[in-house]
Write a new protein. Structure first.
Length: 245
C-alpha cells in the first residue's frame, strides 16, 4: 500500500508540474491563461516591485536549497528516497503557481514592436525557447528528472540507478541548454513592460548565479574529471562562446 501511495503521489506531483509548466508559457508569453505577466489589472509603486521580488525569491530559495546534495541527504531521511524528487518537483511547481497567482503586473512599456512580421518572428523565437526547455529534459532523462523513474522503480521493487553523465544533442553545444531555453523565452517578447523586465532580469541573474556557483560545483563533485573536461570544451549557457568554468 505504501508503494502505491508513493506512486500516486509522484503522478500527482508530475501532473502539477505539467500544469505549472504550461501555465508558465501562457503567463510569460501573455496569452490564453486567465492571468499573465501583463494582466489588465495593473499595480504600481514600490509595493508591487517588492511583492514581485519576494515571489521570485521564494521560488529561487526553494529551488536552490532543495537541490543541494546536503539538503537532499537530510531530506531523504524524512521523505524517503523514492519520493524525494517528486516532492522537490511538487514544491517547485507550487512556488511557481504562487508566483503566477500573486504577481503584480506593472505595465509601463519599455519597448513595443509594431511591425507584424517582426512580432511573429519574436513570438517564434520565444516558442523556440520553450521547445528547447522541453527537449533538453528528454536529451538527458526526462522521467528521472521529474521523479517518475524513481516512483515506478519503487513500485516494481527495483533500485533506481543514478543517471549516467551524458552530453547528447544540445548538450554538445552548451552545458545547460534548458537554462538557455528559459532565458530565450523570458526575453523574446514584442511587448516588454516594467513588470516583464523585472521578471526577466531577476530570473536571468538567478539562473547565471545558481548554475555557475551551485549546480556546476555539484556536478563537478558528482562526475569528477569527466565534468571538468566537459567544462573546458563546452560553454556554460551562451552557444559558441569561450568555455569558462
Amino acid at each position: 500500500m505504501k508503494k502505491f501511495i508513493i506512486l500516486v503521489y509522484g503522478l500527482i506531483a508530475y501532473l502539477v508540474f505539467l500544469i505549472s509548466f504550461l501555465y508558465a508559457i501562457g503567463f510569460v508569453s501573455d496569452f490564453l491563461v486567465p492571468k499573465t505577466i501583463n494582466s489588465d489589472t495593473e499595480s504600481t509603486g514600490f509595493s508591487a516591485i517588492l511583492t514581485n521580488l519576494v515571489l521570485l525569491s521564494i521560488f529561487a530559495v526553494q529551488h536552490s536549497v532543495m537541490a543541494r546534495p546536503a539538503f537532499k541527504a537530510w531530506w531523504v531521511k524524512i521523505i524517503g528516497k523514492p519520493a524525494e524528487r517528486s516532492t522537490y518537483i511538487l514544491l517547485t511547481s507550487l512556488a511557481l503557481l504562487l508566483l503566477f497567482w500573486k504577481w503584480q503586473p506593472i505595465n509601463t512599456v519599455v519597448w513595443e514592436i509594431d511591425n507584424s512580421l517582426l512580432v511573429w518572428i519574436i513570438i517564434g523565437v520565444a516558442a523556440l525557447g520553450w521547445l528547447i526547455v522541453l527537449l533538453s529534459t528528454f536529451m538527458i532523462s526526462h522521467f528521472e528528472l521529474f521523479g517518475l523513474t524513481q516512483i515506478f522503480d519503487n513500485f516494481k521493487n527495483r533500485t533506481s540507478q543514478s543517471p549516467k553523465f551524458q552530453t547528447n544533442f544540445l548538450y554538445k553545444i552548451v552545458r545547460h541548454p534548458l537554462m538557455l531555453g528559459f532565458i530565450i523565452a523570458f526575453w523574446a517578447t514584442p511587448l516588454m513592460t516594467v513588470g516583464h523586465l523585472t521578471f526577466a532580469v531577476v530570473t536571468t541573474a538567478y539562473i547565471l548565479i545558481a548554475v555557475k556557483y551551485f549546480e556546476e560545483k555539484d556536478l563537478r563533485k558528482k562526475h569528477g574529471e569527466d565534468y571538468v573536461e566537459y567544462q573546458k570544451n563546452v560553454p556554460m549557457i551562451l552557444p559558441f562562446s569561450k568555455s569558462t568554468k
